[in-house]
Write a protein that binds this ligand. Structure first.
Ligand SMILES: [Zn+2]
Length: 187
């Protein structure tokens, strides 16, 4: 046998597997596993049902549960943030509507081949009852109007120019400068 080959074999033998013992750690390691998802508790978060995992851990492995560094309140907040991040567009919209700056927007949209509708938004940001405003505007322009959203009125016809006069006249809190003409918008 060649000594070179022996050396080669020796090298292979010095190779340590990745999970070889580490100094200062007692073996065998007792790794607790979550009874819900079967993963170590620190991975429960990524499991299918973190809430259920936490319940299980709290009951069966309270120490591990504490290591997660969560209490019920914190968790709810986290979950809440996650949900918002995931694009609760609706939730975001609601918040925006409440805090929206006072501003009226007027836009036109084609309706059928020749007709236009005028879309008024933002009346609610001035504390105006949108439903009542819709009725008033419909009467004022003698045409149909309807409340089409939380803070949106659609009037049948093109009344953008008129609204620049009518809105501040009817509701003095609306300054003409706070009315914006968005032009023609697709709906
Ligand atoms: Zn789990």
């Amino acid at each position: 046998m060649s000594p070179l080959v022996m050396a080669g074999e020796g090298e292979v033998c010095t190779w340590l597997p990745a999970n070889s013992p580490v100094e200062g750690v007692s073996y065998p390691l007792s790794v607790p596993y979550c009874g819900r998802c079967g993963m170590p508790p620190e991975y429960c978060e990524f499991g299918p049902d973190y809430e259920k995992c936490k319940e299980w851990l709290q009951t069966h492995l309270p120490e591990e549960f504490e290591k997660l560094g969560v209490d019920a309140g914190e968790t709810d907040e986290k979950e809440e943030k996650k949900r918002q991040k995931r694009g609760g567009k609706a939730a975001h919209k609601t918040v925006q509507a409440k805090k929206a700056p006072q501003r009226i927007t007027l836009s036109k949209a084609p309706r059928g081949k020749r007709k236009m509708v005028t879309v008024v938004t933002g009346l609610a940001t001035f504390g105006i009852d949108v439903k009542a405003a819709g009725k008033f505007l419909g009467g004022r322009f003698a045409c149909g109007s309807s409340v089409t959203g939380e803070d949106e009125i659609v009037i049948q016809g093109d009344f953008v120019d008129d609204l620049f006069d009518v809105l501040p006249e009817k509701w003095p809190q609306i300054d003409e400068d706070l009315i914006e003409d968005l032009g023609e918008m697709k709906r």
